[in-house]
Structures are given as C-alpha cells and as structure tokens.
Ligand binder design. Structure first.
Ligand SMILES: Nc1nc2c(c(=O)[nH]1)N[C@H]1C(S)=C(S)[C@@H](COP(=O)(O)O)O[C@H]1N2
Ligand SMILES: [Mo]
Length: 392
C-alpha cells in the first residue's frame, strides 16, 4: 500500500473516532441527550407505573385495594403501558446515539477520577442494560415470542425496579448537565443551508415515536385498525372479538361440547351443579366490557349472563368472599383465576353465556366464561367448569 493511501486510510479512521470537538459541534451532545432523555424518562415512568398496576392486579396484595372501575381502566393503563414502551424504542436509540462519543471515551488516568468515571459508567451500563432488557422482553411478549428460558413475568417485573432505580440515579447525577442543556439555546451554530438542524433531528425523533405508537396500538381504536401495521392482533375474530388461545389450542373442544356439562359451584353452604338451562333460567344481565390483553390489544363486547354474586349466593357466598374460577382446560397457565371480593360485589362481574346476544363462540369460552370490569384479559377465564367461594 502506498504511503498516500495509508495516510488517506488513517484520516478516514480518524474521522470515525469522535473527538471532543465533534461532540460539541455535531447534533449529538447534552442538548439533544437531555431533551430526548426527558421524554424517555416520561415514557419509562408511565411504563413503570402502569406495569406496577398490572402486576398488582395479577398478584394481589392483602390490604392493597384496587379500583373495580371504570370498566375501561385496565384497557387504558395497559394501552399506555405498551404505547409508552413502544415509544421508548426510537427514543432510546436516538438517546444512545446522542451520547455515543461518551460511551466510547477513553477513561481518565488519574486514579481518583478513574474511580468516579467507572462508577458513573457502571450506573449507565446498568441503566442501558435494564432499559433495553425491558423493551426487548416487553415487545417480544406482545408478539408472543419467547426466545429465552426464564419466566417473562418475574424477570420483567424484577428488572422494572432495576430500570426505574437506575433512571432515578441517572437523572439525579445528570441534573446539573440537564439544567445547563435546557438553559442553553437549542442550536449551537448558524443554520447551514441543507444541513439538518437539532430541531429537525428532535422533530424526527418525536415523529418516529408517534408513528411507532400508532402502528402498534391503534388496533384497539375502531376505524384506525388498518394503520395498525405493527400490531400483533388483527382485531378480527369470531363475534368481532380477537382470540388469544382458541378452543382447539386449549384442547377443550370435546369437553365443552358435552351435553352433560355442569358448572360446579362450591361454598360455605355446600355444592350445587348448574346446567346451562339452570344458568339461563337465572336473572340475566348485559354489560359492555372490554377484553384488554396484557399484550396491549383490546376489544369491546356486549356480554350477557349471570352476575357472579347471584351464582355464589346459591352456596352461601357473599360480596365479602373471594371467588376462584377454574377452567375445563387441563393444561396451560391461565386455567384459573381469583376474583377478589371487591369484584364479586360488582353486578357487572359476569359468568357470561353470550357475546353480542349469541351463545359464546367456542373460542370465547363456551359454555361459560368469566368477564369482569377493569381486569387484565388473562384473568378473564374461559371454558369454566368450577366456581369456588373462598372465605378469608
Ligand atoms: N381457560 C383459559 N382462559 C383464558 C385464556 C387461556 O389461555 N385459557 N387466555 C386469557 C387471555 S391471555 C386473554 S387476553 C383472554 C382473551 O379472551 P378472548 O379469546 O375471548 O378474546 O382470555 C383469557 N382467558
Ligand atoms: Mo391476554
């Protein structure tokens, strides 16, 4: 290789390695990082709070009361959870890009400064690691893709605390830099014709976050389904409601077709077995309630059936008791759920027999399913065989 070529190559390599000067003069740096970071912080905060709410609904803690309404509450919070997580993807990418020169910076040689430097780098590593872990596992879960061997729920929950904790530490450590970045004018150099400005970069970032949100979550908004190109559910399904686990998938096709099907109800006063005719002969109630899946999709249905309270009252159950419902499904994680007493007292907590005025489609839980307001979809157990009153 000629000497000229070598020098040319060296110059090119040099241009790739950012100097502190580049850090100040290009679109990267604190002004960009602080602004994108602020929105990323908001996204992580919303994601954390809505995730915590979803967690406590699924893992109730005695003495922690949760609201049983409005019926759309979980639909809204879980929609926000998936939307803020999705918006965080372009935000975290731009954020990492904006601070990239710092990530590859040479550590200082002075031992005291080195210690501080390593501490700060370590906290950033934890933040980036936990943040990326949450976004990747969350998105993969929405797509029902589990390319790992650990339990999603416990790992996603534990890492949420690591992520939010390192966000708080990071914001606290960076507060002076953030203040200065927001105080300084957005643009540092006169606009060069044709060159992108920081304003353009930020606007493009907000736009990509918005597009990501709309493309994943608008499946739940009637009329917007066709733009939900990234959604994991089409929004279509029998009786106008999507299906997560079908009757075939749950291997319940034979048992639910059994004409001898009875709902076994047990409580303090004993046990009764109710046929479909028995249930249809009881006072019927109709309620418009959403199925709101943890994956972010949701769909409304007009459900008809009997109030849980009316059924458990037959065996001495009251609105002070928890009620466990069990599916005819033999295997699978969502065969059983507990309806806490607060929901048992809600007249709209139904053992549903119909959807849209028609008997339930097998995929929606025929002959009988649980549906209650403001609950995660995973707790709306289908193909019921047993209802048990549990007195505290
Ligand atoms: N027995 C049983 N019930 C179940 C499930 C299941 O796998 N088995 N999946 C749950 C999940 S994750 C959701 S989102 C809702 C979906 O109800 P749908 O199929 O009627 O829309 O059912 C819930 N009920
Ligand atoms: Mo679900």
């Amino acid at each position: 290789m000629s000497e000229r070529r070598l020098t040319g190559l060296a110059a090119r390599v040099d241009a790739l390695v950012p100097s502190p000067d580049d850090f100040r003069s290009d679109l990267r740096g604190p002004r960009t990082a602080a602004r994108v970071g602020a929105w990323l912080g908001v996204a992580f905060g919303v994601c954390f709070l809505t995730g915590l709410y979803s967690h406590f609904l699924q893992h109730p803690v005695a003495g922690l009361p949760l609201p049983t309404g409005p019926s759309r509450l979980y639909q809204v919070t879980q929609g926000l959870h998936v939307a803020s997580g999705t918006a965080a993807v372009p935000l975290i990418l731009v954020k990492l890009w904006s601070v990239f020169p710092r990530l590859v910076e040479r550590p200082p040689l002075d031992p005291r400064r080195l210690a501080l430097h390593l501490l700060e780098r370590g906290s950033v590593l934890l933040l980036v690691g936990a943040g990326v872990f949450q976004l990747v596992t969350g998105l993969a879960n929405s797509a029902q893709w589990y390319p790992w061997s650990f339990g999603f729920i416990s790992a996603h929950y534990a890492m949420a605390w690591v992520a939010i904790g390192s966000v708080v530490v990071h914001v606290a450590v960076k507060l002076p830099v953030v203040r200065e970045a927001f105080g300084a004018p957005l643009e540092t150099r006169p606009a060069t014709p044709g060159a992108p400005s920081r304003r353009t970069l930020l606007r493009t970032t907000w736009l990509s976050a918005a597009v990501a949100v709309v493309a994943t979550t608008s499946v739940g908004v009637p009329g917007l389904r066709r733009v939900a190109v990234l959604a994991v559910r089409s929004g279509e399904g029998p009786q106008g409601v999507p299906v997560n686990r079908s009757a075939v998938g749950a291997q319940v096709v034979d048992v639910i077709d059994d004409p001898g099907w009875r709902l076994r109800v047990t409580g303090p006063d004993g046990m009764v077995e109710l046929s479909l005719e028995d249930l249809r002969a009881m006072p019927q109630r109709e309620a418009v309630l959403p199925i709101a899946c943890v994956e972010g999709w949701s769909a409304d249905g007009t459900w008809g059936g009997v109030s849980v309270l009316d059924v458990v009252a037959r065996v001495g159950g009251t609105a002070q008791d928890d009620v466990v419902v069990r599916s005819l499904q033999a295997r699978g994680g969502y065969r059983e759920s507990t309806l806490p007493a607060a929901w048992v007292g809600e007249p709209d907590s139904l053992l549903a027999l119909t959807l849209g005025g028609e008997p339930l489609h097998p995929d929606h839980g025929y002959p009988c399913r649980l549906i209650a307001p403001a609950r995660p979809g995973v707790l709306q157990t289908k193909w019921l065989g047993e209802v048990e009153v549990v007195r505290a």
